[in-house]
Design a protein around this ligand. Structure first.
Ligand code: MN
Length: 729
C-alpha cells in the first residue's frame, strides 16, 4: 500500500459494497451495512470536513479500509457510524434500538476514546507509552482497535487540510501511538502507511531526501534485481514448485530510521528492496531457501527463520540476504500464502469475517489473546537479537499490566496502579474525600467501593458528613499504599476514640454502683452529678469527661458523693418494698407476689418501655410495649416497672444486622463484641446472592437498653453494615 497513491484515492459507497459483497452474501447483513451507511449519511448531512468535503466521504473511506480487511457486517456498520454519537445528536441508546447492542457498544468505545481527546492534551501530561496503554485499555475489543486504526489512517491521508500545528500533533501521535499498535498486531500495511505519512509531516526535508535516495538506488539496482528474480523464477519452475515472486520497496520510515536514527550509511541499508517468494507449503519454503542458497551467496549473519520462531505479532516468514553476481545485495523473503496475508494485515487476518460460522466477538477476542499468549512460549526459541521478546513483553505489559488511567468528572487524569478501586481514587483526590466516601459513581452508575477501576472510567466519589469513616474492611478494598496509610491512621485515632467510649461506660458504671450503695438509682444519680456545680468542682467540661475521669477514680465516686453530702441510706426499694423482698427484675405495682417472666418473643431489657401481660395461670409475662404478640389483648395488660434496685444483670437480646456482603464481615462483628466485652450466645448469617447482602442474627447479653444502644452505634461503624434492629419473634 503506497501512501502517495492511496492519498488521492476517492471511493464511493458502491466501492465499499463491491468489497464486502465478495465475502458477505447474507441479505440481512448486506442490508444492515447499507442501513448504517444511509443513517450516517443522513445524520452527518451538512457537516463538512476541514477539507471542505462532505463528512460522509471520511466514513466511506473508513468503511472501505475495513471492508478491504474483510471485516464483519457489524464492524463495517460501526465504521460508518463511528462519529455519529460524537458529532451529531444520536445517542448510544439510539444505536441500540436502531441497529443492535454490538454495534452500539463498538461505537460507544470509539466515542469514549475520541472524547479523551488524547491528542489535545499537553505532551507533558503523559508519554506516548501511557497513551498507548490508555488506548488499548479502553478499546478492549480488537475490532475497536482496528476501526480506530482505519479512522486514523484516513485522517492521516487527508492531513493536509489541517493547520501545520495540528498536522504535527496528529503525525506525532500516529507515529508514537498508533503505528506501534499496528505493528504489535502485525498489521504491517497500516503500520507502514501511518509511519510514512507521519514522517512526511514531521520531517518533510528528511522524508524527501530518503524518497530521492531510494528512487535513485532502486533505479540503479533495477537491472540487477530483475536478473535475480528471473534466475530464481527459472530455477523454481524447473522444480515444478507452486510460487509467485515479486519485489517490494521497503517503507520510507524504516529507511529513515536506519539512516537518521541508527546513523547507518545509505549504502549499508541492504533491504531497501526485498524479493518476496510466496509458495504453498512450509516444506516448500525451506526447499526454496535451499535452492536460493545454492545459487547465491548468503550473508551469513542475516538469516532469520520466523517460520520456526514466529514474531509475537504472528508474523511468519524466512528472511535471507543474498549477494548477486554484480555485488548487489538483496533481502529475500520466503513464505506461504497464509503467512503473506498475515504479514500484511496481522490480527485482521485472523479476525477476517467468515460467513456461516457462528460469530461471537467474545470468542474471537479470546482466541486472539490466546494466540498472542501462545506465541510467548515460542519466543524462547526466538532470534538472538531479543527483539521479539522485548516486543512481546511490552505487549504483555501494555495489555495486561497497565496502570489504569481514570478521570474526575471535570476530566482531570488520575493514574493509578492496576487493581485500584474508587477508594484509592478518593484518597488520591483528597484525604478528606477518602474518609467521607460512602459510594462511587463510575461512568454514571452507582458501584460498590471495591469495584476495580478500568482505564477511561469517569469517577465521582459520593461523600457524606455523617459517614462513620473508614473501617478495617477498607484496608482490604484499598489497593494503593497511600490509601491504606490514610485508613490506618484514621483507624488508630478511632480506636483511641472508642477507648474513650468504653471509659465513659465503665466510669458511669462505677458511679452507678457507688450511688446505689447510698440508695440512689441511676436516674437520680444522673441528675445529681450533672449539676453545673459538680462539673465545675471537678473541673470537667462535660458529663462524659466526668465519667472518663471516674473510670480512673479521678475523681473517685466517693469524692462526688461526699461533695454532694449524700449520706448512706438503708436500701429501700422504689415501691417502698425492701429489696430483699423482691429479686425480680420487674415489679408489678398493682400486684403482690406474682410470677414474672420476660417475654422471649421481644426480649425486653432494663430501660425498655415495658408492659405486663396477664397469662392464664402462669403469672405475668413482660413485653416491650410495641411487641406485636400483645397488641390484640389490650384488656389483659397491666403496668409494670423495671426494678431499679436490682443489681445489674445480663439479659439476652436478639438483634439482626443487615450488611453488604464482604469478606471478614463476621470476623469484624465478633471483633467489636470482644472489644466491648459483650457475650454472644447465638449467631447465624445468611447470604443473599441476588442483592449481595448478608443478614446476621445474633443473641447477645446486655445489661440494659442504654448499653444496647451504645453497642448498636459501634456496630454501625463496621464497613458495609447499614442497618441494625432488635428482633421480635
Ligand atoms: Mn473519524
Amino acid at each position: 500500500m503506497n501512501s502517495n497513491k492511496e492519498t488521492s484515492t476517492f471511493h464511493t459507497f458502491g466501492d465499499v459494497q463491491e468489497k464486502y459483497f465478495a465475502y458477505i452474501s447474507n441479505p440481512d447483513d448486506r442490508a444492515l451495512i447499507e442501513r448504517a451507511y444511509k443513517f450516517a449519511d443522513d445524520k452527518h448531512t451538512g457537516i463538512l470536513r476541514k477539507s471542505g468535503e462532505p463528512y460522509i466521504h471520511h466514513l466511506i473511506e473508513v468503511a472501505y479500509i475495513l471492508a478491504s480487511l474483510q471485516g464483519g457486517p457489524h464492524t463495517i456498520a460501526a465504521g460508518f457510524l463511528h462519529d455519529v454519537v460524537e458529532d451529531t445528536a444520536v445517542t448510544v441508546d439510539d444505536l441500540k434500538t436502531i441497529f443492535n447492542e454490538d454495534i452500539a457498544s463498538l461505537v460507544e468505545s470509539l466515542t469514549n476514546i475520541q472524547r479523551l481527546k488524547l491528542s489535545h492534551r499537553k505532551p507533558e501530561d503523559f508519554a506516548a507509552e501511557d497513551h498507548r496503554k490508555i488506548f488499548l485499555g479502553m478499546a478492549r475489543d480488537i475490532r475497536v482497535i482496528i476501526i480506530k486504526l482505519a479512522d486514523r489512517l484516513h485522517n492521516m491521508r487527508t492531513l493536509q487540510a489541517l493547520s501545520p500545528t495540528r498536522q504535527k500533533v496528529l503525525a506525532k501521535e500516529s507515529l508514537e501511538v498508533f503505528a506501534p499498535i499496528a505493528h504489535r498486531l502485525g498489521m504491517f500495511e497500516i503500520k507502514t502507511e501511518l509511519e510514512d505519512l507521519s514522517i512526511q509531516y514531521l520531517e518533510p526535508e528528511k522524508f524527501q531526501m530518503v524518497v530521492d535516495q531510494m528512487d535513485k538506488r532502486t533505479k540503479n539496482r533495477e537491472k540487477s534485481l530483475d536478473e535475480v528474480k528471473k534466475k530464481i523464477a527459472d530455477m523454481l519452475l524447473q522444480y515444478h514448485l507452486n510460487f509467485s515472486i515479486e519485489s517490494r520497496v521497503k517503507g520510507i520510515y524504516s529507511i529513515y530510521r536506519k539512516v537518521f536514527i541508527q546513523q547507518h550509511n545509505f549504502d549499508e541499508v541492504y533491504d531497501i528492496l526485498a524479493i518476496r517468494v510466496v509458495t504453498d507449503t512450509v516444506a516448500h519454503c525451506y526447499e526454496i531457501l535451499g535452492y536460493i542458497h545454492a545459487m547465491f551467496t548468503p550473508l551469513s549473519n542475516r538469516f532469520k527463520d520466523y517460520i520456526a520462531a514466529p514474531k509475537p505479532n504472528l508474523y511468519q516468514s524466512i528472511h535471507t540476504t543474498i549477494i548477486a553476481k554484480d555485488g548487489q545485495v538483496f533481502e529475500v523473503q520466503i513464505r506461504t500464502k497464509e503467512m503473506n496475508e498475515l504479514a500484511e494485515t496481522g490480527v485482521a487476518a485472523h479476525w477476517r469475517y467468515k460467513e456461516g460460522t457462528n460469530y461471537s466477538p467474545q470468542k474471537e477476542q479470546k482466541e486472539i489473546e490466546e494466540k498472542l499468549f501462545w506465541f510467548r512460549d515460542l519466543i524462547t526459541l526466538a532470534d538472538k537479537e531479543g527483539d521479539a521478546k522485548e516486543v512481546m513483553e511490552n505487549l504483555q505489559k501494555d495489555i495486561f499490566e497497565a496502570q489504569v488511567y481514570v478521570f474526575t468528572p471535570k476530566g482531570k487524569l488520575v493514574e493509578l496502579p492496576n487493581g485500584s478501586t474508587p477508594l484509592d481514587f478518593a484518597y488520591r483526590v483528597h484525604t478528606g474525600v477518602g474518609h467521607a466516601a460512602v459510594g462511587a459513581i463510575v461512568n454514571g452508575s452507582l458501584v460498590p467501593l471495591n469495584t476495580i477501576l478500568k482505564t477511561g472510567d469517569v469517577i465521582e466519589i459520593r461523600t457524606s458528613n455523617s459517614s462513620p469513616g473508614p473501617n478495617e474492611g477498607w484496608l482490604k478494598i484499598a489497593h494503593t499504599a497511600t490509601a491504606k496509610n490514610h485508613i490506618r491512621k484514621f483507624l488508630q485515632k478511632k480506636n483511641n476514640d472508642m477507648l474513650r467510649e468504653e471509659k465513659i461506660i465503665k466510669g458511669k458504671q462505677n458511679c452507678i454502683d457507688a450511688f446505689r450503695e447510698h440508695g440512689i438509682g441511676e436516674k437520680e444519680m444522673l441528675v445529681l452529678v450533672h449539676q453545673p456545680k459538680v462539673l465545675e468542682k471537678f473541673d470537667m467540661p462535660t458529663l462524659d469527661d466526668l465519667f472518663v475521669g471516674m473510670n480512673n477514680r479521678n475523681p473517685a465516686p466517693a469524692a462526688i458523693i461526699e461533695f454532694l453530702n449524700i449520706k448512706k441510706k438503708p436500701m429501700f426499694t422504689l415501691g417502698k418494698k425492701p429489696l430483699q423482698a423482691n429479686k425480680s427484675a420487674v415489679l408489678v405495682p398493682s400486684a403482690g407476689k406474682v410470677a414474672i417472666t420476660l417475654g422471649s418473643c421481644c426480649t425486653p431489657i432494663p430501660g425498655d418501655d415495658i408492659v405486663g401481660f396477664i397469662t392464664k395461670g402462669k403469672g405475668i409475662t413482660v413485653h416491650r410495649i410495641h411487641c406485636p404478640n400483645i397488641s390484640q389483648s389490650k384488656n389483659r395488660l397491666t403496668d409494670v416497672v423495671w426494678n431499679d434496685q436490682l443489681e445489674t444483670s445480663l439479659h439476652p437480646v436478639d438483634i439482626r444486622l443487615e450488611s453488604n456482603d464482604r469478606q471478614n464481615l463476621i470476623v469484624d462483628i465478633m471483633g467489636v463484641f470482644s472489644q466491648l466485652k459483650v457475650s454472644v450466645t447465638n449467631l447465624n448469617a445468611m447470604l443473599h446472592p441476588t442483592t449481595q447482602t448478608t443478614t446476621v442474627n445474633l443473641t447477645i447479653l446486655v445489661t440494659d437498653a442504654k448499653r444496647l444502644n451504645d453497642i448498636f452505634n459501634v456496630l454501625l461503624n463496621i464497613a458495609g453494615v447499614y442497618e441494625i434492629h432488635r428482633v421480635t419473634h
